[in-house]
Design a protein around this ligand. Structure first.
Ligand code: PLP
Length: 382
């Protein structure tokens, strides 16, 4: 498989960052301060400054970031939270785990993101909040969404798990809502060496509340066994914070690479009649966590690409409101999300991908689209 193109390559990023963090990493290992501490405090400081928000609280992962944020905002039983239908299940699962009810919104047929109109359609008198998802790395129309939210008097939480450094009209993801939730899962644009996440907010009391909830309900300054709330354990590890600080220094360069590679994909694929590109608003700086296109006969095309050594992904094959544990919250058909789910195809995208590999993927995709279905058994791609 000379043409093998992986979907992503985490070890290339690790190799690039390791020389700059090796000393701190080993010092931490030898020093024994493994949870919290100075590395976590300094990463939190760097991350909130990067996002243009007042505070960051490191937590265990992006899913916990969402659930802790909703709980800290007082969203719970009886409250509805609007979430887009096309997102990773964690967005909606966090709502259910916080005790609230997810209400699903359809997405734009062009950008595949929630719009002010689809948000409006999903509002009811019980809506307390909306989780705006910057899916694939693109921030949606925040002026419109914030206006609808303000009019309805609801809270705004950003799910920025795919959007580190993404911008909308020059403002960074994480600076728009009451709070924003980041995942630093290894495959995200800024990824740790394991699970990690953060809540970013400019509301100091909210940051304190999230921090307490993530640390067994201990408030700042309270004695070790004094608990003001019933919380959980979802803290950021020092070793992960060291890795994240090291990678943050490279995030903008890696994002530039993703943007350049996406431009090449767009150039080559704009001529392919059977490939539908995802729209990008002129107001958005898309950071391409994923480069997702739409094709008919997606599963056949995907299997053909796999046969040629090209790994792809599907984000996401089943809209959230059609996932078995969430079906009971579905109210109505969401035609755009439902139709797109059968066509979405994510092509290889990571900073160390080369232009030559992009060209290989595009050529293989054109071939796969040209080949008529031959009736042979479909094979599942890895
Ligand atoms: C990855 C992801 C999450 C969950 O983050 P974890 O760190 O894996 O828990 C939530 N929402 C979206 C949109 C994601 O892509």
């Amino acid at each position: 498989m000379a043409d093998h193109v992986p979907f992503t390559d985490l070890t290339a990023m690790t190799g690039e960052v390791w020389p700059s963090i090796e000393q701190d990493y080993l010092a931490c290992l030898r020093g024994g301060g493994y949870v919290g501490g100075r590395p976590v405090a300094s990463f939190e400081q760097e991350w909130s400054a990067y996002c243009g928000a007042g505070h960051a609280v490191g937590v265990g992962n992006g899913t916990d970031a969402l659930e802790l944020t909703l709980t800290a905002l007082g969203v719970g039983p009886g409250d509805e939270v609007v979430v887009p239908a096309n997102t990773f299940i964690a967005t909606a699962a966090a709502v259910v785990r916080a005790g609230a009810i997810p209400r699903f919104a359809d997405v734009s047929d062009d950008t595949l993101l929630m719009t002010p109109d689809t948000l409006s359609e999903a509002l009811t008198p019980r809506t307390r909040a909306v989780i705006v998802v910057h899916l694939f790395g693109q921030v949606p129309d925040m002026a419109g969404l914030l206006a609808v939210a303000a009019e309805a008097g609801i809270l705004v939480v950003e799910d920025a798990a795919q959007a580190h450094g993404a911008q909308w009209r020059g403002r960074r993801a994480g600076s728009f809502g009451d709070a924003a939730c980041f995942s630093f899962y290894p495959g995200k644009n800024l990824g740790a060496f394991g699970d990690a996440g953060a809540v970013v907010t400019s509301r100091p009391e909210l940051a304190d509340r999230v921090r307490a909830l993530a640390n067994h309900g201990r408030s700042h300054g309270a004695a070790h066994y004094e608990h003001d709330y019933l919380g959980t354990n979802s803290r950021l590890d020092a070793l992960q914070a060291i890795a994240l600080s090291g990678k943050l220094a490279r995030l903008d360069a890696w994002t530039q690479r993703r943007i350049a590679l996406a431009a090449r994909y767009r150039d080559v694929l704009s001529g392919a009649a059977d490939v539908r590109l995802t729209g990008v608003s002129p107001s958005a700086r898309h950071v391409y966590h994923l480069f997702t296109v739409r094709v008919a006969a997606r599963d056949r095309v995907r299997a053909e690409l796999a046969r040629r050594g090209i790994q792809t992904g599907v984000h996401y094959p089943v809209p959230c409101h059609m996932q078995p544990p969430l079906r009971r919250f579905a109210h109505r058909p969401l035609p755009v999300a439902e139709h797109a789910a059968g066509e979405l195809l994510s092509l290889p995208m990571f900073p160390h991908l080369t232009e030559g590999q992009v060209d290989l993927v595009c050529a293989a995709l054109s071939d796969a689209l040209r080949e008529p279905a031959d009736g042979s058994e479909l094979v599942d791609a890895p």
